[in-house]
Write a protein that binds this ligand. Structure first.
Ligand code: SAM
Length: 354
């Protein structure tokens, strides 16, 4: 593996995502980044109360819209060049009408006349029975959030008994249904689940899933984030490499947020997403729609933009598209995590849609 010190941290704007030829109309921000990836929260409700995400005392804070409203907004975005839609929440599997929504999304075509890439992020609690129906409806792939690979630690994180067994069954069901190679996302917190790093690596090898470690960001409800709680990429790489030699894999695309690794025998895949220690804002191709129909241009935005309000007020498709372009032009250059001028965003992760 290349020693980490030889890999230069990226400058935020060294490689804005390339625009495909003939795509002048694509959604682009004021810094030239092309926006291709839309994350849509379809409910603010969640059946887990993960300790690093939620206080445990508060429920949903924002409304959810009729599925048809999300579909209209998604169609507008797809008309502007979005080619990847990720459904999230809250917990998206709690949402009635999800299968019909996926079925409808599967009929849409991108600007290049290709099927939309339809992904979903879930805690996996309800996935065992839904994986095959989601696949049949047209879902392309799935990411399951799982922050421990033992029952006791997992229940302590989610505050739901026997949740580990449910999620494991969900992951296996998704693998059987052929929902891509399932990605398992884990947020590591020092002193809480960092004793599981090696077990996660073994889990990837045993289950044939891609385990992705995500650095903890200051997006939690109870404002418990501290820099020292974050397990940074450098530390993680050293730990994994000591367990079994790592081999770095090439990125899947220019806007790939994860650094990818396998082990010396090619078994297992680990991704490391390091928004805190190695921000990838210069490559950001994302935009978000909240459950109540607000557009957010960055996880760390200080405000959001009421697309649904304009739609309800009778906005035409042309006017709404112009509004989206206007918003995206002002997308934030980067986040300021760990800097003196960092301001907490106006919403927490669970109420944005991760
Ligand atoms: N309920 C779904 C799930 O569990 O995947 C979707 C919503 S959840 C908010 C999306 C992802 O955000 C999860 O993988 C969760 O671990 C991650 N997340 C929540 N708070 C975070 C934080 N402060 N830093 C990094 N990731 C966070």
């Amino acid at each position: 593996m290349a020693p980490l010190s030889t890999i230069a941290p990226e400058s935020p704007f060294d490689a804005a995502v390339a625009v495909s030829p003939g795509a002048e109309e694509r959604l682009r921000d004021g810094l030239g980044r092309v926006i291709t990836d839309l994350r849509v929260s379809i409910t603010d409700r969640c059946n887990y109360k993960c300790v690093y995400c939620r206080t445990g005392n508060e429920g949903a804070q924002f409304t959810e819209l009729p599925i048809e409203s999300y579909l209209r907004m998604i169609r507008l975005f797809v008309g502007l060049g979005i080619d990847k839609v990720r459904l999230t929440g809250g917990e998206p599997l709690l949402r009635r009408g999800l299968l019909d929504m996926v079925r409808e999304l599967a009929t849409l075509r991108t600007a290049e006349d290709r099927p939309l890439d339809i992904a979903l992020t879930t805690n996996g609690h309800l996935l065992e029975d839904l994986a095959q129906p989601l696949k049949d409806a047209g879902l392309s792939r799935i990411t399951v959030s799982m922050d421990a690979v033992d029952s006791e630690t997992f229940a302590a994180i989610t505050r739901v008994p026997r949740s580990y067994e449910r999620v494991l069954a969900g992951i296996r069901s998704a693998q059987r249904a052929g929902l891509g190679t399932v990605k398992v996302n884990c947020v590591l917190l020092r002193g809480f689940n960092d004793h599981q790093i090696e077990q996660f690596a073994q889990f990837s090898r045993n289950e044939g899933v891609i385990v992705r470690f995500i650095e903890f960001m200051p997006l939690e409800e109870d404002r418990s984030w501290r820099p020292e709680t974050v397990i940074r990429m450098d530390e993680l790489v050293v730990r994994l490499d000591a367990w079994r030699p790592l081999v770095e894999l090439p990125p899947n695309s220019a806007s790939e947020t994860a650094r990818r690794f396998t082990f010396d025998d090619g078994l297992g895949e680990i991704g490391i997403i390091a928004p805190v220690s190695r921000p990838f804002c210069g490559h950001c191709s994302r935009i978000r729609l909240t459950s109540d129909g607000k557009v957010r241009t960055c996880l760390f935005s200080q405000s959001d933009h009421d697309l649904n309000g304009r739609m309800v007020a009778g906005g035409t498709d042309a006017a709404l598209r112009a509004y989206i372009r206007h918003i995206v032009m002002r997308k934030e250059a980067r986040h300021h995590i760990g800097e003196a001028d960092f301001e907490k965003p106006s919403r927490n992760m669970v109420h944005i849609g991760g």
